[in-house]
Write a new protein. Sequence first.
Length: 550
Amino acid sequence: MSALITPSGSTAMPRVAPATPLLEVNGLSVSFQGKAVVHGVDLCIAAGEKLALVGESGSGKTVTALSLLRLAHDASLTGQALFAQGERRVDLLSMPEAGLREIRGQDIAMIFQEPMTALNPLFTVGDQIAEVLELKQGLPRRECAQAAVALLADTGIADAPRRAQSYPHQLSGGQRQRAMIAMALACKPRLLLADEPTTALDVTLRGQILDLLDSLQRSIGMSVLMITHDLNLVRRFADRVAVMERGRIVEQGPVAEVFAHPQHPYTRRLIDSKPARDPNAGAPGAGAAVMRAEGLRVSYPIPLPGIRGWFRKGSFVAVQGADFTIAPGCTLGVIGESGSGKSTLALAALGLLPFEGQLSVMERGWGGDAAGNKAIRRLVQVVFQDPFSSLSPRMTVEEIVGEGLRVHEPGLDAGQRRQRSLEALSEVGLSEAEFPGLLARYPHEFSGGQRQRLAIARALIVGPRLLVLDEPTSALDVTIQKQVLQLLQRLQREKGLSYLLITHDVDVIRAMAHEVLVLKDGAVVESGPVDEVLGNPRDPYTRVLVAASA
């Protein structure tokens, strides 16, 4: 049963221990330099069970999982984490390091959230997977290499033998995440700690990974502790859910019961955070198109195999003859899987890639002289997926937000730039009253949602007509995602902005877009009004995307 709220307002947490605990956590507390971040966590996971641990960034989910394998650097741990080893149980928090090293990767494996930093950039992904098998199972190197290819194929990577020879930077975000999953599953662990394992994956690939994990559970009885903020994933995948807020478990119980009858206010807030359309939004404005594309085609040179590659290059077509129009105050959503050409289309729209066909902004085309392109760049600004990596850590807020004014309005003095920066920050909900010394702060002093607001302010300050939004909320928690989407909807309503929205989240498309473009392998397979395309999809690929998001 789920947690109950007592008359005093505190949450009474009944212990619902599985019949055969594989892992039993009692009173786990974690602190760094004397500051507690996890407070007395109690969890039980049975053999073959799937437990989801949900909560916003900073709630302590990842620290809890890392602490189970003592991977949280410089952390002070108290409590117990009893793991079943045959007829006995060992305490992961107090056992010798040598014994824990045997368990890591073999009996308990972990999928980390950011594969680009977790994978070694100096080795191919195949070698990194094979290394796990060689160290943990002592297999011959040739067998390890063959097994690595098979594991990559099992996670849905096409052309696995070739991808096994690729380095992490040569793979897409989704492919890197799948390589990380293949590495974690190499030894068929009894317990998998999965930290946001599908964050970088498209909706259809998420389904493939969940099906893969389900299959492994059935075959080897593996348990999973899933750390996620994706409530749709929790509904589909987990048996039980534990909700974490500020380092404490505030509610836990069977998924169906907790979602149907949430007892804690924080749980209710998470469940109510699904993206929703702005009820005050009007219809897109009339007038000349803000952006128009006809026969847009983008290709990349690629090496040819054999001696032919010495003399000429081949060509890979990333976008094939796309046609679209973005009206004033209109949002065009572009949806598709990794490798479908979404980001390439966005880069072409920003004038950052050479292209064929016609592409104009306010009736002006890219590719003219530098002065002409500079004028267009003021009209088209971008908000990137990850605000932490897109904002320079060495620049203050004043320098970041005001940077565009130095380029597009060089006649302004420092005081005028400062005033314009404060106005732009106020428009996105950041003020000196709430953040004293706001302009002198650095990006690391803000949360993920606040950093994304900084990125939006930086784009707005030069007065653009079109914002290219490249997965603007995929790196954010559900509650923060909803806040940022509401901000973007308000700005569109008040300023008449147009958006080119790149995303793989069908719910975000439903909430934000007026028109939608469905891309598959660089080709537009379906387009039209969002209600028509998503409500009655004609193309089989669109139907798969819509069904996978349900």
